[in-house]
Ligand binder design. Structure first.
Ligand code: ADP
Length: 282
């Protein structure tokens, strides 16, 4: 049994009569505690780069520096500013997702289009990080007319977060493989028949099981410094989780230390339009 918190009010009425009203406020208090944690986290995430930034400004103001040294400091300042920008922009995305009704099914987003865009972004990020990964995406023809019914911008950002993470956490020379599958429901734990799965698998370090359930919490990171080094805000998977909830789907995470990770977007059949590629002669 878990303890609950009760709010109790006593009302006197009539002669010697008392009405006792009690309300279970456990959920209210939990929500309040979460809100406080969240505000504390946001403040911390913004204050840290701001402190560094202010320090550099003072350095530039007080020390007579060579041109090359100035450039070095300005570079570091730009990094901190862009970190803050990243956090604020992800927070805005989250709050927009929370505040708007779930997307309808009128927009049809070709899986091939999502893949092409994911691959381009992935290549660009891998090049920026100088890691020479191998990216394996499905050939466009094999995807036929497969499409997802939902908000294209949200779907793009979900895939781009997963591809981005795979690249950021996978060391140089690693492989990232992206697949599209309409599930047949026969593989235990993967999903039900007719669900559509967009999966991103990497050959990275993998994640210990105790962290997995917490990865979609805002600002939860397994390794703080590795996340920051590559421009992580700690909000990417929280955004992905929201997008999937809004589409009636879910995020499936399978990972083991040393064996890489798979992050899969699983969509319910009502969001999946799968037409097999047209085969000549049939
Ligand atoms: P971040 O901006 O820190 O990457 P995310 O919400 O995207 O934030 O991810 C949360 C944490 O999950 C990361 O800090 C990292 O520890 C872990 N993680 C996410 N994707 C991977 C991956 N492909 N391989 C290993 N760890 C990962």
């Amino acid at each position: 049994a878990r303890p609950i918190r009760l709010a109790v009010n006593l009302h006197r009425y009539g002669e010697g009569r008392t009405l006792i009203l009690s309300r279970d406020v456990t959920a209210v208090e939990q929500a309040e505690a979460m809100r406080r944690d969240f505000v504390a986290n946001v403040s911390h995430e913004i204050r840290t780069p701001l402190t560094v930034l202010t320090g550099f400004v003072e350095t530039l103001q007080t020390l007579p520096l060579e041109v090359s040294e100035r450039a070095h400091y300005l570079n570091l300042m730009a990094q901190q500013a862009s970190r803050m920008q990243g956090v604020v922009s992800d927070l805005l995305t989250l709050s927009r997702l929370e505040g708007s009704p779930p997307p309808g099914r009128s927009e049809s987003v070709p899986v091939a289009q999502l893949m092409t865009q994911g691959e381009q972004e992935g290549q660009a990020l891998s090049t920026v990080l100088g890691r020479k990964h191998t990216l394996v995406f499905p050939e466009t023809e094999t995807l036929g007319n497969a499409a997802l019914l939902g908000a294209s911008q949200e779907l793009r950002s979900a895939l781009s977060n997963l591809v981005g993470n795979a690249i950021r956490y996978t060391p140089a020379g690693g492989t990232i493989t992206v697949t599209w599958t309409v599930l047949d429901g026969r593989e235990p734990g993967r999903g039900a028949a007719g669900e559509g799965e967009l999966a991103v698998r990497d050959s990275g370090p993998g994640i210990a099981s105790e962290h997995i359930p917490r990865l979609t919490e805002r600002f939860y990171r397994v390794d703080r410094s590795r996340s920051r080094e590559t421009g992580g805000t700690g909000l990417g998977l929280a955004i992905v989780k929201h997008v999937m909830q809004r589409h009636g789907g879910r995020l499936r995470i399978a990972s083991q230390p040393g064996a890489g990770s798979t992050f899969a977007l699983v969509f319910p059949p009502m969001r999946v339009r799968s037409e097999a590629p047209v085969v000549a002669g049939k």
